[in-house]
Design a protein around this ligand. Structure first.
Ligand code: DC
Length: 225
């Protein structure tokens, strides 16, 4: 049995492509196992949102890093991760969906977000963090790593059912575009960690996915404090 070391703050790292069910499952596991929960993509999204709002071009990497530093100063660093100043609908708009891919490929910006996430995790006794590089880059020593995936068609359908925005064809196009952007970027591309448990959720219900993830958490002592 893999017992958890108190010095290892992250209990569960959850990565995978857009709309694979990471948020739904992470929120449920966080509640069930009393874990702190962090959606790391939200930070990349709010930087993209602020860039669009302040007229910073998303191909202007230098100014995006400056914007990130400015946001960090304004929000006292770590608070940026959990800031409630932003509406979820704004951060998930189609224009942010596009801009965030440019933001997420900037190495200096990723370093800052990675550091913030690590600092946040140090303050938690046990936590679950979702993203694209959590098990590979942010917490390579995380004792439990999941990689959730599903076919692009199923992910597009689920996203549409959840957000009721746009046509199926447009959502599918966006899912495929984001897969390509996340997987092909040179810095921290989306790949499963070697020691991640991959769950293809294409034909599974949320309940079944949660059942599998919970069994792993239980077998690896996440329930112990
Ligand atoms: O999880 P999400 O779809 O809200 O993430 C938004 C974007 O942020 C996504 O297109 C890729 C990027 N991201 C990332 O590069 N690394 C992370 N750890 C989390 C998200």
């Amino acid at each position: 049995m893999h017992s958890l070391d108190r010095a290892t703050p992250v209990v569960v790292a959850v990565d995978g492509p857009a709309a694979a069910g990471k948020t739904t499952t992470c929120v449920a596991l966080a509640e069930r196992f009393k874990l702190g929960y962090l959606e790391s993509g939200r930070t990349y999204r709010l930087i993209a949102f602020e860039a669009l709002r302040r007229g910073v071009l998303t191909r202007d990497q230098e100014n995006l890093v400056s914007l990130c530093d400015e946001l960090l100063r304004e929000s006292r660093d770590q608070d940026l991760l959990t800031s409630d100043r932003y509406q979820s609908a704004d951060l998930r708009s189609p224009s942010v969906n596009v801009a965030v891919s440019d933001v997420a490929r900037i190495e200096d910006l990723r370093k800052r977000v990675t550091q913030l996430v690590r600092l946040w995790a140090e303050r938690q006794s046990r936590c679950i963090v979702e993203g694209r590089d959590i098990g590979t880059v942010v917490f390579p020593a995380a004792p439990i790593k999941f990689y959730l995936t599903a076919s692009p068609e199923v992910r597009a359908r689920r996203r549409l059912d959840q957000e009721h925005r746009g046509s199926y064809e447009d959502v599918l196009k966006d899912v495929i575009r984001r897969d390509e952007a996340d997987m092909s970027r040179s810095v921290s591309p989306l790949v499963p960690a070697d020691d991640a448990i991959t769950i293809d959720t294409t034909t599974l219900t949320i309940k079944e996915v949660l059942g599998r993830m919970s069994s792993v958490c239980e077998s690896r002592s996440v329930t112990f404090s």
